[in-house]
Design a binder for this molecule. Structure first.
Ligand SMILES: Cc1cc2nc3c(=O)[nH]c(=O)nc-3n(C[C@H](O)[C@H](O)[C@H](O)COP(=O)(O)OP(=O)(O)OC[C@H]3O[C@@H](n4cnc5c(N)ncnc54)[C@H](O)[C@@H]3O)c2cc1C
Length: 310
């Protein structure tokens, strides 16, 4: 086996798992298909990760997590994992570019933002349709924007967009927000925020770029067009677990089932973070589970190698 542990995904869960396994002297490789940092690196500001009384920029927190793990010898590679094959000694982890062998695998592949699934969303992606306010917000100075969703991410990112936009119209299918009260309080106080309740986006309008959205009020059935230059979509997430279909137990949406020690149904494969079935998907929970998955993987590898575990 080339590695004791291969970790799939370089978000907060994977980087914490890597910090723990590398620091625990396991030969550890983390494979990330994009840049390390995960979803947390796409958010402007994180206010609820302990240890930062004033909050911290998402990219900065994630670069610090990466540097901390590298300090203990975690190896990083860029590749997209497409399969895991159990073999007698462990696992072959199959990437687009290479294959890797390991005694244990930690799946920390997280989640991806869900699509609205309306006309115009695909064709106008990158031309006003975005899923990342931090990445694209600054392109829309003094413009009218629409944000879709009512959870923490939608409201938090909507607030971020008010730094640039003339107005941010938050379109939500219900008559109240799901976001935590503190975030709601800031949003209701912000004069640039406008709330459009009981309403869905039926279509994103525009030829070469976004020119507006067609809205439908779910209570009255009325439709109307709202002109805007950009639409930011935060309507939930979907697990990045397709490459494990049929290999480990999942729920109907594809979230991986684990026990309290982060063990999946396939012995030697552990999972942590947003890809797991659980109630709270946050940086702090991904990190905690990353540490727990690493501990379990370490126990598994050392028992396998015949090293007495203290
Ligand atoms: C806009 C937004 C704002 C947020 N704000 C907050 C906040 O303020 N506070 C908070 O606590 N949480 C926040 N969250 C949630 C938080 O970012 C996530 O809970 C956390 O990042 C989950 O970490 P993770 O490591 O499980 O997965 P992710 O962060 O999703 O990382 C998974 C990584 O795995 C990689 N990957 C996926 N599949 C493969 C594969 N097949 N091969 C290789 N690599 C793969 C992905 O590229 C990604 O980098 C926010 C999320 C969003 C989208």
């Amino acid at each position: 086996m080339e590695y004791d542990v291969v970790i799939i995904g370089g978000g907060p869960g994977g980087l914490t798992a890597g910090l723990y396994t590398a620091r625990g002297d396991l030969k550890s490789l983390l494979i990330e298909k994009l840049m390390p940092g995960g979803q947390a690196a796409t958010t402007d500001w994180i206010d609820n990760y302990p240890g930062f009384p004033e909050g911290i920029a998402g990219p900065q927190l994630m670069m610090s997590m990466k540097d901390q793990a590298l300090r203990f010898g975690l190896e990083l590679k860029t590749d997209e994992i497409v399969n895991i094959d159990p073999i007698e000694e462990g696992f072959i982890v199959v990437g687009q570019a290479e294959k890797y062998t390991a005694h244990a695998v930690i799946v920390a592949s997280g989640a991806t933002v869900a699509k609205l699934g309306v006309p115009g969303e695909e064709s106008l992606r990158g031309k006003g349709v975005s899923y990342c306010a931090t990445c694209d917000g600054a392109f829309f100075r003094n413009e009218e924007l629409v944000v879709v969703g009512g959870g923490d991410a939608a409201v938090e990112e909507g607030l971020f967009l008010t730094k640039f936009a003339k107005k941010v119209h938050l379109v939500h299918r219900r008559d109240r927000l799901r976001a935590t009260k503190a975030i709601q309080g800031r949003a209701f106080k912000n004069e640039k925020m406008d709330f459009i309740w009981n309403t869905i986006v039926e279509e994103i309008l525009g030829d070469q770029e976004v020119e507006g959205v067609r809205l439908k009020n779910l209570k009255t059935g009325e439709t109307r067009n709202l002109p805007c230059k950009g639409i930011f979509i935060y309507v939930g997430t979907l697990p990045n677990s397709k490459f494990l279909k049929g290999k480990v137990d999942m729920d109907e949406k594809g979230y991986i089932l684990t026990d309290n020690n982060m063990a999946t149904s396939l012995e030697g494969v552990f999972a942590c973070g947003d890809v797991r079935k659980k109630a709270l998907r946050q940086v702090v929970t991904a990190c905690g589970e990353g540490a727990a998955a690493a501990f379990s993987a370490q126990q598994f590898v050392e028992e396998k190698k015949g090293i007495a575990y203290k």
